[in-house]
Design a protein around this ligand. Structure first.
Ligand SMILES: [Zn+2]
Length: 405
């Protein structure tokens, strides 16, 4: 990291012995409040592409990224209906993965997602037909797969229903990684109660099924990632966390977990925590109680089937909530968790801005909100975890943060 940021950090560390002036908490706002666009907003830089030889006509894009240690690629393929049989799908995936490794030998892993061309609608749309993640050392094994022995490869998913029914949210879903704002929909009294709860928690830690802040007396902060899992980024993010030894809570979108269950299993294997971010990444405010239950329970059930464990925490997409949302979460057995620091990594403000914001907001009992698919976050995560440890703060899961001590 840049030396002057580090110098500022050291000063901050020294200052902590006296009085601590952390950046202000994101205050619970009434619904309709507008959060100013974070300074430094930029479109996500386009990812570099890999060209295959010979070319594969169904390949829409093959992009790659690095976490500073390893490189991963993701191939997106669109199949016309006529060629979407299981044999053809597998063969195509094998061809693209092998050619990607041949074209760029520095890749550590290649992920592939195959959609039906007719109903491809991006990452929030209908599920793919087939996905897989292939580390370089498993290429030989992947190439030998046949439709008869697919289940022997554990980083692969085949859509069980063909044609698969579109799974659409009850109202327009929130594009993942949109501006997060702690926005409460309710009367002024309820809003004031939420703001008071937030202030109380910043002084003494969480007390109920509602988490705004961990215990400020403990040298711990929670590291949380929203919207996971995403192909391309999941292997990079898990690799950085493995190297740094930090544990995180992943707020998983059911739709993403359905198509990439093996990444969710990898998270659990690495002792990270899985939490609920609704099935469709939908804003719950305005839905009926039954629709809210459906979004929460469907994701709970799915995550239980993948990991064997039921999530404990829930975070509302877009940060929009109301008393009804809190009630629905409670009825689904979930504690609602917010954050103390949202550095707006989805706005791609630049690595230095992001890192400065992270360090300014880092506090004992804090909850850091990041996104699993933000390239700049993945690039600086290793430095941030180290810098947090230099000021005496260990980054942990929400479960660890909220354990009574
Ligand atoms: Zn989200």
């Amino acid at each position: 990291m840049k030396s002057y940021v580090y110098a500022a950090l050291l000063l901050l560390g020294l200052a902590q012995a006296q009085t601590v002036a952390y950046a202000p908490l994101p205050k619970v706002q009434p619904l309709g409040a507008v959060q100013p666009v974070a300074p430094g907003f930029q479109q996500a830089p386009a990812l570099p592409q890999i060209a295959l030889s010979p070319a594969v006509p169904q390949l829409r894009r093959l992009e790659y990224a690095s976490n500073g240690f390893i490189e991963a690629a993701h191939a997106l393929l669109l199949l016309p209906r006529a060629s979407a049989g299981p044999q053809g799908t597998l063969f195509l995936a094998q061809q693209v993965v092998a050619r990607a490794f041949a074209a760029r030998p520095s890749l550590a892993v290649v992920d592939v997602s195959i959609y039906r061309a007719e109903d491809y609608a991006g990452f929030g749309g209908p599920l793919p037909l087939f996905t897989a993640s292939v580390p370089k050392e498993r290429l030989g094994e992947f190439e030998k797969l046949t439709p008869a022995n697919l289940p022997t490869y554990d980083h692969l998913w085949v859509n069980p229903s063909t044609p698969h029914p579109p799974s659409l949210p009850p109202t327009g879903s929130t594009p993942a990684s949109q501006l997060e704002l702690l926005a409460f929909d309710g009367d002024p009294e309820e809003l004031a109660a939420q703001q008071q709860e937030q202030t109380l928690q910043s002084e003494s830690g969480p007390a109920s099924g509602l988490v705004y802040h961990g215990n400020p007396q403990q040298p711990l902060a929670a590291l949380t990632f929203d919207d996971a899992p995403h192909p391309l980024y999941a292997p990079l993010l898990l690799d950085v966390l493995r190297r740094s030894g930090a544990k995180a809570t992943f707020f998983v979108v059911g739709r993403n977990a359905e198509a990439y269950p093996y990444f969710v299993r990898d998270m659990v294997k690495d002792a990270h925590e899985i939490a609920n971010h609704t099935y469709h990444h939908v804003r719950l405010v305005g839905l009926t109680p039954a629709q809210m239950q459906e979004e929460l329970q469907r994701n709970n059930k799915l995550l239980r089937s993948i990991t064997g464990e039921t999530p404990v925490f829930f975070r509302p997409p877009g940060g929009r909530f109301s008393s009804e949302v809190l009630k629905a979460a409670k009825a689904a057995g979930l504690a609602t968790a917010f954050w103390t620091d949202d550095p707006a990594d989805f706005n791609n403000p630049g690595a230095l801005t992001l890192e400065t914001r992270l360090l300014q907001h880092l506090r004992p009992g804090g909850i850091v909100l990041l996104h699993d698919n933000a390239q700049q976050t993945i690039g600086l995560l290793s430095d941030f975890i180290q810098d947090a440890s230099k000021v005496g703060i260990r980054l942990v899961t929400l479960e660890t943060l909220t354990q009574p001590r």
